[in-house]
Design a protein around this ligand. Structure first.
Ligand code: PGA
Length: 248
């Protein structure tokens, strides 16, 4: 089956609200493409102005983080219903920076996936191995374990709406991209795992992205692979190059 391509920018901790609006303006004409889902995952404080700036365009708004409770005494946190009400449709969960810098583990990530679905948000679930695991040739087992834990209790109907981003940590922000064959190998493996955990129909629908130094020069080759349905883009999502990736 034909899966719709999804190109998402992960702005990380970049852009003040006024800079965010300026970037939306700069990218507006460059990211036009009716055949692709385009998403800007932005810092929490940028969500409202970005949602306003992209109104009437083909761009969807995403968030980078949230907490699993709806409301209450959780100083500094933001909830899924708050994101939803502000116009957010996608939410990045399990990014390696959240796992490594902020100590998020697979138990919390699994709770977040379930909470996001319950709140009507579409998770972009990230997985990926370190350079040490890649060198030790244990990366396949690692990815398998991450996905299996993170999807515990998630239904097939939910997985059909899920986006999974394969992001080898050694390729994030390093300028070192996985080769198209390396990326395809793991994305194919993730799809087989979904078929095993659920069924073939679910595996055929789940969208799988590659992420890690994807740019205007390498996007077309990565996206030509049968199991790569899109990209999660950090650095290059903040530049006009993002439009070239959307239209690669
Ligand atoms: P990068 O980041 O494109 O800057 O490597 C990707 C990501 O962390 O999602």
């Amino acid at each position: 089956m034909a899966r719709r391509r999804i190109i998402a920018g992960n702005w990380k901790m970049n852009k003040t609200p006024s800079e965010a609006v300026a970037l939306c303006e700069e990218l507006k004409d460059l990211v036009k493409n009716d055949d692709v889902d385009v998403v800007y995952c932005v810092p929490a404080i940028d969500i409202v102005p970005v949602a306003e700036a992209v109104k009437g365009t083909n761009v969807h708004v995403g968030a980078e983080n949230f907490y699993i409770e709806d409301k209450g005494a959780f100083t500094g946190e933001i909830s899924a219903p708050m994101l939803k009400d502000a116009g957010v449709e996608y939410i990045i969960i399990g990014h390696s920076e959240r796992r490594d810098i902020f100590g998020e583990n697979d138990v919390l990530i699994n709770q977040k996936v379930k909470k996001a679905f319950a709140a009507g948000l579409n998770p972009i679930l990230c997985c990926g191995e370190s350079l040490a695991l890649r060198k030790a040739d244990t990366y396949k087992e690692w990815i398998r374990r991450q996905i299996t834990w993170d999807l515990d209790g998630v239904t097939a109907d939910q997985v059909k709406k899920l986006v999974i981003a394969y992001e080898p940590i050694w390729a994030i922000g390093t300028g070192e991209t996985a080769t198209a064959d390396q990326a395809e190998e793991v994305c194919g493996l993730i799809r087989s795992l979904i078929a095993e955990l659920y069924d073939q129909a679910t595996a055929d629908e789940v969208r799988i992205q590659y992420g890690g130094s994807m740019n205007a020069g390498n996007a077309a080759e990565l996206l030509s692979k049968p199991n790569i349905d899109g990209g999660l883009i950090g650095g290059a999502s903040l530049k006009p190059d993002f439009g070239k990736i959307v239209n690669a």
